[in-house]
Design a protein around this ligand. Structure first.
Ligand SMILES: Nc1ncnc2c1ncn2[C@@H]1O[C@H](COP(=O)(O)OP(=O)(O)OP(=O)(O)O)[C@@H](O)[C@H]1O
Ligand SMILES: [Mg+2]
Length: 229
């Protein structure tokens, strides 16, 4: 699903955020990306999301090198992946339903598809009863569940999440990761950057550890290791 070769990212200020990253992620894997602050986790996730281009190297996703997409192809690529942010990024004055529906409207879904798929996504994240609430009336955990529903409503085969539990308490964090696990079990590949040792240790998923822009460890059924700090 994802094949990264000789990936380097040097920001305009000269910071070398990623150094010769080589990485393959298979369809339907669940991968945690861990490492100290500044290790390059967000840079890697954002490059996979094609938010910007790397300095050099290839990133093949769905069998296409996304570093070579034409400008007009980029929005189409982005619509094929689900993105979950640490800070939710919801439309505060819109309802839960509208927030999720919006992700379908931008891809040109019909009203009929929206009426069918939004409730399905809300059910998946256990928010059926709150569809008419305004986003700003929800708790942090509920807002993140809306964000998850928005990420899955178009049925993407890849979900990227950068510290989705970074602003949540431990119990709520666990709920969010269990939902991501359920989404993964239903067939989506999930890549999640996190600092949450408890969660990484309990889930027994693949763990990629970054340090100063390099992959220093890549373990199946791994744990959060202290080298990360
Ligand atoms: N837009 C940017 N411009 C310049 N340097 C940046 C930019 N974004 C990140 N960096 C630098 O690149 C390096 C990697 O940053 P990145 O955000 O990928 O780390 P991270 O592992 O996500 O850290 P954290 O755990 O704090 O989120 C850091 O040295 C950071 O200061
Ligand atoms: Mg980060």
């Amino acid at each position: 699903m994802i094949e990264i070769q000789h990936l380097n990212m040097v920001y305009p200020n000269g910071v070398k955020a990623l150094k010769d990253i080589n990485l393959t992620i298979e369809r339907n894997e669940f991968v945690f990306v861990v490492g100290a602050s500044g290790a390059g986790k967000s840079t890697l996730i954002r490059l996979i999301g094609r938010e910007f281009l790397p300095t050099s190297g290839n990133i093949r996703v769905f069998n296409k090198d996304i570093t070579r997409l034409r400008r007009r192809e980029v929005p189409y690529y982005r619509r094929k992946i689900g993105v979950v942010f640490q800070d939710f990024r919801l439309l505060d004055n819109r309802t839960v339903f509208e927030n999720v529906a919006f992700a379908m409207q931008v891809v040109g879904a019909s009203a009929r598809q929206i009426r069918r798929q939004v409730p399905e996504a809300l059910e998946m994240v256990k928010l059926t009863g709150k569809a008419r609430r305004k986003a700003h009336e929800l708790s942090g955990g509920e807002q993140q569940r809306v964000c998850l529903a928005r990420a899955i409503v178009n049925k993407p085969s890849l979900i990227i999440a950068d510290e989705p539990t970074g602003n949540l308490d431990p119990e709520t964090s666990r709920e969010i990761v269990e939902l991501l696990d359920a989404i993964n079990l239903r067939g989506a590949t999930v890549i999640m950057a996190t600092h949450d040792k408890e969660i990484v240790d309990s889930m027994k998923k693949r763990v990629l550890t970054l340090s100063a822009g390099k992959i220093i460890r890549d373990e199946q059924r791994g744990v959060y290791n202290q080298d990360a700090h």
